[in-house]
Design a protein around this ligand. Structure first.
Ligand code: FAD
Length: 660
């Protein structure tokens, strides 16, 4: 029998974790990446990785609470069994990475230090200064190199995945990729193909993501028939520094270490921020959410910052929206030890020392909660069945997706420091499933399939190289797309704008066909590679806009003022109670209507066909997401009473096993 072989596309944390474990399990791996794997976007991750640990357990934390924080943070839009499995694996993953040599920060007693991140009250985040992604990535890269030397892994860096190759039954039998140096095409037959190709921030032009995060690989799989889930859920991070070329993150770890967000109470107060007295500052997050303070989840912090600047007119600057993120009260030694990496970024790009002067920050596109739809098999204990070939499988048999490019773990809003966990977890957890896939591989000669696909790709490439006379510039068109998406599909969404933007994107996709390439050479032609990936952005942009247009509600990162549920206005206790009852009725009706995954399938004309799927909320029932909002107590009280009566009637009939 031929040796099992898996093709992994992407060498970020997810791809490297899968590759390492597959090799350990005896499977040969081809690992393909646009960039050297050590330059994958994961290297930019700053703040940390979440897991329950000995310290948080002493304060009452548990894997169950990590699950609860994650689904509450995600506004209940994710299936709960995969999240449970991920939270259960958290402590093992941190121990593993520690053993592999990640230099996690330590306390003076030698324990791993932990910081608090958004959406939780526990210090659950392990970190290596403010360069956690780099340390994790290098540790996994080292392991993969060992397997490379042992002959189990073959790396293909500077190669572009052009699409899966499907047989007549629709099963994925491998892929065709292109060498970005020689521009040659190559077939990669495989027993399974794993996409670990990260996010798609470039659709928004400027974002905190790396410049290779175009979403091209996912788009190619989508157009080959893979479904895309929850596309409209795009995370806008509350704290980034604007730049002409890109937006640079100021990690949530800054607030985790005590950073405070504020604006002067006087609009555009011209004084040096350090001379503005406390009483004349509005620490608006702390004032509105005293329980979570500056560490409310990202969707909430982002909207509050956006609102204080646009609605309340309290932006620090008049011509550029921004608020202060202040670290100046924290000792310099602590800042350097725990946040050195990000402070250097601010200093380098803004020319100001954030240890001395408050930073100026504003929200920026950061992460896609949506991604390729993937399956899972639920276990008897409410998690996932290890080794099931359904885990992480797209709707195309044999094609799998892990890491940021899948839609599985973060629902409507990702909690900070949960992504590195989901990437490593999904990579490690998938590997035994693929061993089982390899065991039952289909037979039949696939040469004909690969030859035909290579011919098709070569023709497409030739056609693009021949386009020298078009009247469109791919870089200008990309900027137009980014500006449009940023304007209509980020913090605030309105149906009339989404509808118009959808038509505009369809028109841009048509204009793309007239893009001229300026480089017609067939050696390291970046121009043609970019133009191809620009063409791949339109189908994903369309499904983001269509999903957002159809979803008439507010959930997590998706906010439509027309469907917002305002807080309670009454002060009289009886009236307040009545309003709270009404609010809970609306919440229940909305949950009934909209607590569903959006599934986009690529139609024959390239437009998304949208359907909805039920979500498994069997472990933790959905509840209003208030985070201790001032004035939200009456709603919470009514809700708890309703849940109390539901639980009492449920306990009378069903023995409840979840929560163990
Ligand atoms: C600035 C920043 C800081 C962050 N900090 C944190 C943090 O502290 N904690 C946290 O949990 N999360 C953080 N995140 C999120 C987290 O970094 C990412 O979600 C995660 O690293 C994604 O990993 P991945 O393995 O899925 O993909 P990536 O690391 O993006 O890797 C994708 C891989 O796919 C390859 N690829 C892509 N397209 C193709 C193609 N067409 N052909 C071939 N190869 C392809 C790339 O070359 C690359 O190797 C941060 C995000 C940003 C933007």
């Amino acid at each position: 029998m031929a040796q099992p072989r898996v093709l992994v596309i992407g060498g970020g944390l997810a791809g490297l974790a899968a590759t390492m474990r597959l090799a350990e399990l005896g499977v040969d791996v081809d690992l393909v990446s646009l960039v050297p794997v050590k330059r994958s976007h994961s290297v930019c991750a700053q703040g940390g990785i979440n897991s329950v640990n000995a310290l948080t357990r002493q304060q009452g934390d548990s894997e169950w609470k990590h699950l609860d924080d994650t689904v509450y943070g995600g506004d209940f839009l994710q299936h709960q069994p995969p999240v449970k499995e991920m939270a259960d694996w958290g402590p093992r993953i941190i121990d593993l990475m520690d053993r592999l040599g990640v230099p996690f920060n330590r306390t003076s007693e030698g324990f791993r230090d932990q910081r608090r991140f958004g959406g939780t009250l526990y210090k659950r985040t392990a970190f290596a200064g403010a360069t956690t992604g780099q340390q994790l990535l290098y540790a996994l890269d080292e392991q993969v190199r060992r397997w490379e030397v042992a002959g189990k892994v073959k790396k293909w860096e500077f190669w572009d995945f052009l699409g899966p190759v499907l047989d007549d039954s629709g099963r994925c039998r491998g892929a065709v990729c292109q060498d970005l140096v020689t521009m040659q095409f190559k077939a990669f037959p495989a027993d399974a193909v794993v996409l670990a190709t990260g996010g798609n921030g470039l659709i928004y032009g400027r974002s905190t993501m790396s410049m290779v995060c175009t979403g091209s690989a996912v788009s190619r799989a989508y157009r080959a028939g893979a479904w895309y889930g929850n596309g409209e859920f795009i995370q806008v991070h509350p704290t980034a520094i604007p730049g002409a070329d890109k937006l640079r993150l100021m990690s949530e770890s800054a607030r985790g270490e005590g950073g405070r967000v504020w604006v002067p109470r006087i609009p555009q107060d011209p004084r040096d921020p350090r001379s503005i007295p406390e009483a004349e500052r509005s620490y608006f997050l702390e004032e509105r959410y005293p329980k979570y303070g500056n560490l409310v989840p990202r969707d909430i912090a982002t909207r509050e910052i956006f609102d204080i600047c646009t609605t309340d007119g309290l932006s620090v600057e008049k011509d550029r929206l921004c608020v202060y993120l202040d670290l100046t009260h924290i000792p310099r030694e602590t800042l350097d030890r725990k946040l050195g990496g990000i402070l250097e970024i601010y200093e380098k790009f803004q020319g100001v020392d954030p240890r001395v002067t408050p930073m100026k920050i504003f929200p920026a596109v950061h992460y896609s909660m949506g991604g390729l739809w993937v399956d899972y098999e639920k276990s008897g204990t409410g998690g996932m069945v290890e080794g099931s070939i359904r885990n992480q499988q797209t709707n195309l048999p044999g094609l799998y997706a892990i890491g940021e490019c899948d839609y599985q773990y973060h629902g409507a809003n990702r909690l900070g420091a949960n992504s590195l966990l989901s990437c490593i977890f999904s990579g490690l957890f998938l590997a035994p499933s693929l061993v089982n896939v390899c065991g039952g591989k289909p037979g039949g000669d696939t040469t004909r399939l690969f030859e035909a696909e290579i011919r098709r790709q070569e023709e497409r490439h030739r056609e693009l190289l021949g386009r020298t006379a078009g009247d469109e510039n791919p870089y200008a068109l990309h900027q137009e797309l980014g500006n449009l998406m940023t304007r209509v599909a980020t913090v605030v969404r309105r149906n009339d704008q989404l509808e118009a933007a959808y038509d505009d994107v369809c028109e841009m996709a048509r204009r793309w066909k007239r893009c001229a390439v300026s480089d017609t050479g067939n050696w390291t032609n970046q121009n043609v590679v970019f133009t191809k990936s620009l063409g791949d952005m339109f189908p994903i942009a369309k499904l983001i806009l269509k999903g957002a247009l159809l979803r008439d509600e507010c959930r997590g990162a998706h906010f439509k003022p027309a469907f917002a549920m305002p807080g309670l206005a009454a002060t009289d206790p009886v009236e307040k109670r009545r309003e709270a009852e009404q609010w809970c009725d609306s919440f229940e009706a909305n949950t009934e209507k909209w607590l569903k995954s959006t599934i986009a399938a690529c139609g024959p004309d390239g437009d998304p066909e949208i359907s909805y799927q039920e979500i498994d909320t069997s472990l933790i029932p959905p509840r209003p997401r208030l985070y201790g909002l001032v004035g939200g107590d009456a709603i919470e009280e009514v809700w708890k009473q309703r849940q109390g009566s539901v639980a009492t009637s449920r306990e009378a009939v069903v023995p409840v096993g979840a929560g163990s």
